[in-house]
Design a protein around this ligand. Structure first.
Ligand SMILES: C[S@@+](CC[C@H](N)C(=O)[O-])C[C@H]1O[C@@H](n2cnc3c(N)ncnc32)[C@H](O)[C@@H]1O
Length: 168
């Protein structure tokens, strides 16, 4: 399970960025033990529903224990296997994985960016945090027309991604 003993510092930066900005339907991609969704629900009372997608079964079970809010729906699923992918979410929140086992897996990271661009409505937005140096900001332009960098330091950058490039 990702960061089981402490809150990831990048995820903390992300919650500061989306504080008070989320509403409607939200998807949490790679939700882990539920930190981002729990904070999203606490900080954004205009959220009507959060769907947590997570492929690690222990993390999925932990998230169910950690979040006691009827707006939360839990899906034990790999992003690759989500059927009926529909652009229906107002927001996606995500701290994307870039390891499968030990080696870096940039394909995994890119697929999270791609799927996030498919899951939001045309007016929707994606809120993501990246480890600096792992992923280049300008690569995000392959998937989104509008990229706002909300926070940046030597370790992380947080961005809001708007106007997905996918043709509907
Ligand atoms: C960097 S962690 C972030 C966890 C959590 N959102 C947080 O902020 O603490 C990425 C998560 O993505 C999950 N993950 C990896 N591959 C996945 C896939 N194909 N489908 C769904 N989740 C996946 C991992 O199990 C991990 O929990």
């Amino acid at each position: 399970m990702f960061s089981p003993k402490e809150i990831d510092k990048g995820s903390k930066k992300l919650t500061s960025a989306f504080n008070g900005k989320l509403f409607g339907e939200v998807a949490d991609l790679g939700a882990g033990w539920g930190y981002l969704s729990k904070e999203a629900l606490r900080l954004n009372d205009k959220i009507t529903k959060v769907t947590l997608f997570e492929s690690n079964y222990s993390a999925y079970l932990a998230s169910k224990k950690n979040i006691d809010d009827e707006r939360a729906k839990f899906r034990w699923a790999s992003l690759y296997n989500i059927k009926n992918l529909k652009a229906r979410f107002n927001h996606v929140i995500c701290n994307p994985p870039f390891h499968s086992g030990r080696p870096k897996d940039m394909g995994l990271l890119r697929s999270f960016i791609f799927y996030s661009s498919r899951l939001i409505t045309h007016q929707g937005s994606v809120w993501m945090v990246f480890v600096s140096g792992v992923y280049l900001e300008n690569e995000l332009r392959n998937y989104f027309d509008n990229i706002k960098i909300l926070y940046k330091d030597n370790h992380y950058f947080v961005c809001q991604l708007l106007k997905p490039k996918i043709k509907r």
